[in-house]
Design a protein around this ligand. Structure first.
Ligand SMILES: *Cc1c(COP(=O)(O)O)cnc(C)c1O
Length: 481
């Protein structure tokens, strides 16, 4: 592609994206594509001859866009927000243009040093311990895996990375603790890091769905008396189902007393700690060994960008650094080579978009938006509370509301309530006007509305409430009464 075409189509695509972000609500939030539909529109083999950009873009609009679920739609309330923003997209564009691989300091000194600087900025914004050193990973899953590897290595004096797992069979099994509300990435990491699913101990939660520290202590004691080796605890600040906040203070004391690695998974909720009035969610983080949160969730930085902090970069690099001749450089003793801080060798230049976002909005600009989201969630929760036909299923400390439909006056068995709520969810999602998802809290099926899109405002949340109340499931019941 010559620079003339690149300019022409580049400008055209920037226009397309600008219109898209301004009017994402023209599309149904949840794609109406059926399984296989996108594939049907595409040839089985790549073209032998190059094609015209006009044709490629036409197919993008006609074949790809219908199969898109619109995460940037202001009424995307599913899962968690993954919101992008103008400055983030521009940073990503530059990163693509530079095409840098930031594996070593030398392969782009600015990429490494900017990453160090923005990670220090975020550390201070969230009030994380000074001793934490940061690195950008692709996802929280990867960061948590790195934390589990560190925990494993510290607990075994680096024997597993040296001798492998079978090399020391006969040793007591390493045990990993997280709450029953811990994220699936903890178990996945435990499998990959060699703990095994069986050794992930799920600690019971309290009424508010947060880990009960006394239960944690009991699980550890029990394991010790059974000859097992307690190794690591993963606390969650902002659980995926209901944004419950595990109490880091008491958990940290227990981790310290028993010599456990404390990893804090704050993938979604960590961003909220930039608000002075919400910083309490990280009270006790001083005792953590590692910490992760995702600017790609709720800090307006497009996917992917996960901020991982470790108090002991020496443990991280001892576990993950391999030194082949071809990667050695003359500066290795004076600089950071981030290839040694994670799983991948090749690394994207992600700090650029994060830097753009932090500078463009400024701390106050970011705080303002998060405050607005939290306020909207509180508003929605209050409508649920006041409604006779809906009930709140969990406290709402941040941006996520768990609730369900339970028609007043009817005493319905749980299975029927669940079926009704599933139907309600499918019905509102089919409308294309909102998109919500579900979860289960202490066995009970709940609907979930999570707010964090850059463009979501009060009207959007009001519409969500209307769409729910006007659903056939609710209307039919109301008419029957
Ligand atoms: C979203 C989420 C994750 C997983 O994040 P990825 O970056 O997609 O791996 C982990 N933990 C919690 C609490 C989350 O909310």
């Amino acid at each position: 592609m010559d620079s003339g075409d690149f300019r022409r189509f580049g400008y055209e695509l920037v226009d397309w994206i600008a219109d898209y972000l301004d009017h994402a609500e023209r599309y149904p939030v949840l794609s109406r594509s059926s399984p296989g539909q996108t594939k049907e529109g595409l040839p089985a083999e790549p073209p032998m001859q190059g094609e015209r950009m006009e044709d490629i873009l036409a197919d993008f609009r006609e074949i790809i866009v219908p199969g898109i679920t619109h995460w940037q739609h202001p009424r995307f309330f599913a899962y968690f927000p993954a919101t992008t923003s103008g400055p983030s997209i521009l940073g990503e564009l530059l990163s693509a243009g530079l095409g840098v691989n930031a594996m070593l300091w030398q392969t782009s000194p600015a990429a490494t040093e900017l990453e160090e600087v923005v990670m220090d900025w975020l550390r201070s914004l969230l009030g994380l311990p000074e001793a934490f050193r940061g690195v950008i990973q692709d996802t929280a899953s990867t960061a948590t895996l790195c934390a589990l590897i560190c925990a494993r290595e510290r607990a075994t004096d680096f024997r597993i990375s040296e001798r492998g797992i079978p090399g020391w069979a006969g040793e007591p099994a390493l045990r990993l603790y997280t709450s029953t509300e811990g994220h699936s990435s903890v178990e996945k990491g435990a499998r990959i890091a060699g703990f095994g699913s069986e050794h992930v101990v799920t600690v019971r939660t309290d009424e508010d769905n947060a880990m009960n520290p006394e239960n944690l202590r009991r699980c550890i004691e029990e394991d010790r008396s059974n000859g097992l080796h307690p190794c690591c605890v993963v606390a969650t600040v902002g659980t995926t189902s209901s944004t419950a906040i595990d109490p880091l203070g008491p958990i940290g004391v227990i981790a310290e007393n028993y010599g456990l690695w404390l990893h804090v998974d704050a993938a979604l909720a960590g961003s909220a700690a930039i608000l002075p009035e919400k910083r309490w969610i990280l009270d006790g983080v001083e005792k953590a060994d590692s910490f992760v949160f995702n600017p790609h969730k709720w800090l307006f930085t497009n996917f992917d960008c996960s901020a991982f902090y470790c108090r002991h970069p020496d443990i991280l690099t001892s576990a993950l650094s391999i030194q082949p001749e071809y990667l050695k450089t003359g500066q290795d003793c004076r600089v950071v080579n981030f290839r040694d801080w994670g799983i991948q060798l090749g690394r994207r230049f992600r700090s650029l978009k994060l830097w753009f976002v932090l500078r463009y909005y400024g701390v106050e600009g970011l705080q303002e938006r998060l405050r607005e989201h939290i306020g909207l969630a509180a508003g929605f929760a209050s409508w649920i509370e006041r409604s006779a036909d809906f009930e709140l299923m969990a406290p709402v400390p941040l941006n996520t509301v768990c609730f369900r439909y339970r028609p007043v006056g009817a005493t319905l068995p749980e299975e029927e309530l669940e079926a009704m709520n599933r139907e309600l969810m499918d019905d509102v999602n089919r409308s294309g006007r909102i998109y919500i998802t579900h979860t289960r809290l202490r066995g009970t099926f709940c609907l979930r509305l999570s707010i964090g899109q850059m463009r979501t405002d009060l009207d959007d949340v009001k519409m969500a409430w209307e769409v729910l109340q006007q659903s056939d499931v609710v209307e039919t019941r109301r008419r029957e009464r």
